[in-house]
Design a protein around this ligand. Sequence first.
Ligand code: NAD
Ligand code: LMR
Length: 325
Amino acid sequence: MTQPKRIAVTGAAGQICYSLLFRIANGDVYGKDTPVALQLLDLPQAQKAVKGVVMELEDCAFPLLQDVVITDDPKAAFRDIDAGFFVGSRPRTQGMERRDLLNANAEIFRVQGEALNEGAKRDAKVIVVGNPANTNAMILAANAKDFPTENITAMLRLDHNRALTQFAQKAGVSVDAIAKFVVWGNHSPTMFADWTNATADGKPLAEVIGDEAWYKETLIPTVAKRGTAIIEARGASSAASAANAAIDHMRDWIKGSDGDWVSMGVSSDGSYGIPEGLMAGVPVVCEGGAYKRVTGLEIGPFQRQMLDRTVAELSEEREAVSALL
Ligand code: NAD
Ligand code: LMR
């Protein structure tokens, strides 16, 4: 049998992982013909709970799951990995703004960046889910000095998927009819859900929907505040949908996005007026195990204004954690 793909997952005792681990073990990332091994990291006080989750993984009898490591040591968790899901961090609770998490979580990603640098395969693919995801990913990359920065990404896919459903419902089409849609910038309420180039069954989405006021006054704020709406409704932050988005992000990166755009937070190359090095959501196409930025798009005045706002927030976050970069 082929060697298993070794996959580190942090925050393994948490609510996102309670969905994510089972999807990975089921073959939803690498496919049904690729065995996997899980390397699970959580804090010392969460080790007992992780063991309980692993008992449940065993009880699923997943044919592809070959090995599971449980640890509280980041170096052991990231040794020889092919992929890493960085989920572990403190989640936002009711009344907390996302940016309040910045300092609480920054130190975690400094330590984990050094451990990633030490042990991971140089072609390992990394997604940061733990909030504030973009800035955490930037801290991780800055502290993994010999690890390729382009292999560290932040999750914007949940925002992308959230918008797809809102558009599909409004347009009366299925979600997979919609193409060339992107969420730019920060995974925060400043994110910009941009339908400028989007199509529904090949026709311009803006024409199919024919309601620009709805787009600006309802769609954009609904998607931007969806995380808060879920916290208010559930009393806890999104979990199964976040796990699903992380799976979509990694599967597309590994297997390809069939020519369509997906939204990924990647280290900026300076294009579209996004300062170099900021981890910002941009449109990419995935093919052959790599993502390529969509280049040469014209940016109109409304897009510019929305992009500048989310980029300004990312720059402020970078400033706030500059000591760790
Ligand atoms: P949770 O509190 O249920 O679980 C977090 C887990 O991380 C806990 O088991 C905790 O012990 C562990 N942890 C904390 N510090 C750690 C460390 N240093 N190393 C390893 N593990 C550590 O939280 P959750 O609901 O699973 O959410 C996890 C993160 O994902 C939060 O930051 C949340 O805000 C974020 N999130 C991001 C998105 C996104 O779209 N990017 C969506 C939803 C949630
Ligand atoms: C989400 O978008 O659901 C998460 O990032 C949780 C949050 O704090 O908004």
